[in-house]
Design a binder for this molecule. Structure first.
Ligand code: ZN
Length: 411
């Protein structure tokens, strides 16, 4: 073969390689665009539930009209519509300080009033939702549902009849405890271990929740409380906003593999959070360091010296998280127990903006759907994560309450 012919063949071969490379890169580009488009479509097509959004807490601190685009916060009607969000559980969060100073029930009632007012002021945009059927009806009418979950059982104030009170007011899940042990059970972030699990009164409260049709939320409770709940509950439970301890061994708020297996055996659902604090172990390590520093120096987090120190410390130890970590947590649950037991519980408006990159507010759910499509999740898988897993649990809780003949329609 002549040198000239060899050169010509080499030239043609190079051209072929270049055009093939260009072609595959075009193809890849198109696929990414297609997946983005598909993700957008699925976000609008499927109902999206989110187990935990702290809008009432945020608005109670600083009122804004969430029926229009707000300057602050991570939730409003405009961004929820863009993200395809249909049923965010409004968190009726009652701080553990009320356990000592009193007034927990009144605090919860006033936050429920606040959510009712959001729906009352914009009846064309928002509607309350007391059941799976309500969410479906509101979605068909083009409205965003505002179901409510109470974060901390403290507002029950040791009276079983208050479980009925909150059911009537529309509460459809109760996170049994928050940052401190209470009269129901121990918290995941309190080292007192008051009950080593669920208290005798807590047992009765869980029984009553099963009877009226309030979902038991195991987020925030200690491991021993969780195992007691698994033994006591007659209905499947939710973790409204928890992630996997597999990735965050120092984060006691997240669930261990064994707990996730038990939750799946109970036919419950873990709703994965988007906060860095739940996704990246460095974040919780830093927080633990600060807690230790506060204790050693015997000062409160709100003290001006502490505020300055924490600010400086955080600036020097920036910890971030991203959307692929959220998908890793979802993957982990799926590999461990299957697609039927995982959902979304962002914790928007509850983590001081420390969120996974790409999931900064309620307009960003399509980014997560895209990430899952890219990882090979089917449309049916995504439908389950978006809402049918949560609906299964909620429907079963409703059915079990009806079976016991004690369920009442919320007012
Ligand atoms: Zn929380």
């Amino acid at each position: 073969m002549s040198v000239k012919l060899k050169c010509s063949l080499l030239f043609i071969y190079s051209l072929l390689i270049i055009s093939f490379a260009a072609c595959t890169s075009d193809h890849k580009q198109a696929s990414e665009e297609e997946l983005r488009k598909q993700a957008q479509e699925l976000a609008q097509k499927y109902i999206i539930t989110d187990g935990h959004i702290d809008v009432p807490y945020r608005l109670n601190a600083k009122m804004e009209d969430v029926s229009v685009r707000t300057q602050q916060g991570e939730f409003d009607y405009v961004r929820a519509r863009a993200g395809g969000l249909d049923a965010p559980f409004m968190s009726i969060y009652v701080d553990a300080v009320y356990q000592a100073k009193g007034g927990a029930k009144a605090a919860a009632d006033s936050l429920i009033d606040l959510v009712e007012n959001i729906a009352k002021k914009s009846p064309d945009k928002f509607a309350l939702a007391y059941s799976v059927a309500d969410v479906e009806k509101n979605t068909q009418a083009g409205k965003i549902s505002l179901p409510m979950g109470m974060e901390n059982g403290a507002p029950i104030e040791s009276k079983i009849e208050n479980v009925d009170h909150f059911y009537k007011r529309g509460i459809r899940y109760i996170t049994l405890a928050h940052s401190k042990d209470n009269f129901i059970c121990d918290s995941a972030t309190d080292t007192t271990h008051t009950w080593n699990g669920v208290s005798p009164l807590g047992e009765q409260i869980i029984g009553r929740m099963n009877q009226v049709g309030i979902m038991v939320d195991v987020s925030h409770i200690s491991d021993s409380s969780f195992y007691d709940v698994m033994r006591l509950t007659k209905a499947p439970v939710i973790a409204s906003h928890s992630s996997c301890r597999h990735f965050t061994p120092d984060q006691t708020r997240n669930m261990t593999d064994d707990m996730i297996r038990k939750l799946a055996a109970n036919k419950g659902v873990i709703q994965i959070c988007f906060g860095t604090y739940f996704l990246n172990n460095e974040s919780i390590k830093n927080d633990n360091y600060i807690k230790k520093w506060l204790k050693e120096n015997n000062i409160q987090r709100t003290d001006s010296t502490a505020v300055a120190y924490i600010k400086q410390f955080n600036e020097a130890h920036t910890v971030t998280s991203d959307i692929s970590q959220v998908a890793d947590h979802i993957d982990h649950v799926v590999k461990l127990v299957g697609i039927e037991y995982v959902g979304i519980g962002s914790d928007f408006d509850g983590v001081e903006g420390k969120l996974a990159k790409g999931l900064e507010d309620v307009s960003k759910y399509p980014n997560l759907i895209y990430e899952l499509l890219k990882r090979g999740y089917s449309e049916e898988d995504i439908r389950k994560i978006c809402y049918t897993n949560v609906f299964r649990v909620w429907s079963e809780v409703e059915r079990i309450a009806k079976e016991q003949g004690t369920s009442k329609v919320g007012s």
